[in-house]
Structures are given as structure tokens and as C-alpha cells.
Design a binder for this molecule. Structure first.
Ligand SMILES: *Cc1c(COP(=O)(O)O)cnc(C)c1O
Length: 218
């Protein structure tokens, strides 16, 4: 199936949920095929690749940084990135705020939570999340906006495991909506679901899926 056809199909399944087309490792030509049928949200996980592609695509593309981000690379994407999904430390958030200020803008961020059983998956645990949100550094930040949470489920065939992880993240999101973010109408996004598990993610309340191979792979 062609890229436009695959996107059309996916859109039907997604309903209100937004599609971030994960274009990492795929060439600009393929990204343009998606762009030409109206896709605007694209996700990359490597800063260098993102910075090479960004000037080669139309300016109204919204670039999402979805993979782990090193503090010293933030400056390269700060001028144009539209959402960073992978904030997993206060230190990183401090740097994003600093670079956003230097660029005279606000950068939208998601806090990435560790929900998988694998140790290797990135993200904050609940204690680290509380520490971050209660810190004086965080309360002083003027150039970042926390728009929600992101999580990656365990890579397993056990669908009930995946469902449990996504529903736990959704529950945390709902709790935060009523506590730390009660007065922040822009805390709206729950980024969960990839090619292998997006159907479960949508059922469990995802507002934004990050799909690569199911769109771009041959
Ligand atoms: C690569 C990647 C995806 C997309 O994975 P697919 O299996 O190709 O859909 C989603 N999220 C993150 C963080 C990724 O690095």
C-alpha cells in the first residue's frame, strides 16, 4: 500500500487522536508523500537527522522530538521544534527553558514516564515526577509549557500487559489534570502508542500516537 493510502486508513482508526508520523531513517521524499496529503506532524528521534531534514521540508511542518534528548543538543532544535515528547529530567527541562528563552519562544513539552518493565526504556518514575513538579526551578520557568505525558509500553506480545501500562499512564494523566495542572488548560496530550500497539493505546485514552513503520515501511 502507498504512504497516502496507509495514512488514510490510519486516520479512520484514529478518530480524534492525532497522528505523529515518525519519519526517522526515512528519506525526505517519503516525508513529502505524506505532507502532500495533508500530514503535518512528523517525529524524529535523532537531533542531527532532524536538523538535516527540517530545512528541506516546508515551513509549516510541525517537528516533534520523540526520542531521548541530550542536554547539549537542545540548542540545535530550540529555534523550531514544536513539541518535545521525551523530557525525563529536571536538568533537561532547565536547558530547554534556557534555549527557548534565547530564541524568544515557548517550547511545548511532554514529560516522559517510565511505564515499561524493561529497565532500558527511558522516563521518570512517579517520585521523580513529583520532585520535578514541586521544584523551585520548575515553578520559575517561563519559556516551557508542559502539554501532557508520554510513555512507551513494554515490547511484548502480552496485550494485557501493554493495556495495563497504558491505562496506568492515562490514570496518572487524569490525576495530574486535577492536581498540579488544574489551572493549565494546555495540559491535554497523552502521547502513547506506536505501530505495534496503537490500537490498545487509543482504547486507553491516547490523544497522540507516534507511528513510523506502519506508515513508511515498504
Ligand atoms: C521509532 C519510535 C516510534 C515509532 O516506532 P514504529 O514501531 O516504527 O511505529 C515511536 N516512538 C518512539 C519514541 C520511537 O523512537
Amino acid at each position: 500500500m502507498s504512504i497516502p493510502k496507509k495514512i488514510e486508513q490510519l486516520k479512520k482508526e484514529l478518530g480524534q487522536c492525532k497522528l505523529v508520523a515518525v519519519s526517522k531513517t526515512y528519506p525526505v521524499e517519503k516525508i513529502l508523500e505524506a505532507y502532500h496529503i495533508g500530514q503535518r506532524l512528523f517525529g524524529e528521534n535523532r537531533v542531527q537527522e532532524l536538523c538535516e531534514k527540517q530545512p528541506r521540508l516546508p515551513a509549516d511542518v510541525e517537528w516533534h522530538q520523540i526520542g531521548s534528548l541530550q542536554t547539549n543538543k537542545v540548542k540545535h532544535i530550540a529555534p523550531f521544534v514544536s513539541l518535545i515528547h521525551s523530557v525525563e529530567s529536571l536538568k533537561l527541562l532547565v536547558e530547554i527553558n534556557r534555549q527557548a528563552e534565547r530564541n524568544n519562544r515557548t517550547i511545548n513539552c511532554l514529560l516522559q514516564m517510565h511505564i515499561a518493565v524493561e529497565e532500558t526504556k527511558h522516563g521518570l518514575d512517579k517520585r521523580e515526577l513529583e520532585e520535578l513538579l514541586n521544584s523551585t526551578e520548575y515553578s520559575g520557568m517561563k519559556n516551557i509549557q508542559i502539554c501532557g505525558l508520554m510513555g512507551m509500553a513494554t515490547n511484548t506480545d502480552n496485550q494485557e500487559q501493554v493495556r495495563k501500562e497504558f491505562s496506568g499512564l492515562c490514570q496518572l494523566f487524569n490525576e495530574l489534570e486535577g492536581s498540579h495542572f488544574a489551572n493549565q488548560p494546555r495540559f491535554t496530550e497523552l502521547s502513547m502508542g506506536m505501530s505495534s500497539d496503537y490500537k490498545i493505546a487509543i482504547e486507553e485514552g491516547s490523544t497522540m500516537v507516534r507511528i513510523g513503520s506502519a506508515v513508511f515501511a515498504d
